[in-house]
Design a protein. Structure first.
Length: 208
């Protein structure tokens, strides 16, 4: 098995120290940083994302794999910056105002980063204005809003309305347990996805 396949496999197993040392070894062997990122780290994370979508792995495994991905990315980062590698797009992410749940949001963040997107995580209890301001400052293509309480879903409509009024070229994606496609249609959101892995795929499609 080649070193990139090995990185991918170890990442899926969540073996962060091994991933880190193999990424360093791949760089020493003269493999391009972009190639290590795409064929080693991102391909491994993408397998985890697919398995998560099909209920073959669960949140703990995703978190462990994401930790291994971060360990590998940290080694790569300086080399990628040197190469001037473009991120595929920027997403502003947060849980809407009045809602303090973050597990779903954190999973979405990991899956999006696993697709090579840059994620600006605004945390929880985020008012509509804050999403817009962050999207403007970071030149984001997407605003992604999460809610777990039915009482806070109305805030998503405020985000959609403000985004449309702002004239920014930005797509609003929404998700969370109580959110449905019907609700997304009713508030005019650009995209609804039922889980973190589909959210990452949809975001990547918007950015490409």
């Amino acid at each position: 098995m080649g070193i990139l396949e090995e990185i991918s496999t170890l990442l899926q197993q969540g073996r962060a120290p091994k991933v880190k040392s193999l990424v360093a070894q791949a760089i020493e062997e003269g493999i391009e940083p972009q190639k290590i990122l795409e064929e080693g780290l991102l391909s491994g994370m993408s397998v985890v994302g697919e398995k998560f979508k099909n209920d073959q792995v669960f949140v703990p495994e995703v978190l462990i794999a994401a930790r291994a991905m971060n360990a590998g990315t940290q080694v790569l980062k300086p080399y990628l910056i040197e190469e001037g590698v473009e991120e595929k797009g920027t997403v502003v992410l947060g849980t809407v105002k009045g809602d303090l749940h973050d597990i779903g949001k954190n999973l979405v963040k990991m899956m999006m980063e696993g697709k090579g997107l840059k994620v600006i995580d605004l945390g929880v209890d985020v008012p509509a204005e804050t999403y817009l301001q962050a999207a403007r400052e970071n030149n984001a293509r997407i605003i992604a809003c999460s809610a777990l309480l039915t009482t806070t879903m109305g805030e998503m409509k405020n985000v959609v309305d403000m985004a449309k009024a702002s004239g920014l070229d930005v797509k609003v994606m929404i998700g969370g347990a109580p959110v449905t496609q019907d609700f997304a249609d009713s508030i005019g959101a650009d995209c609804y996805t039922p889980d973190a892995a589909s959210a990452a795929e949809a975001a990547l499609a918007f950015c490409s």
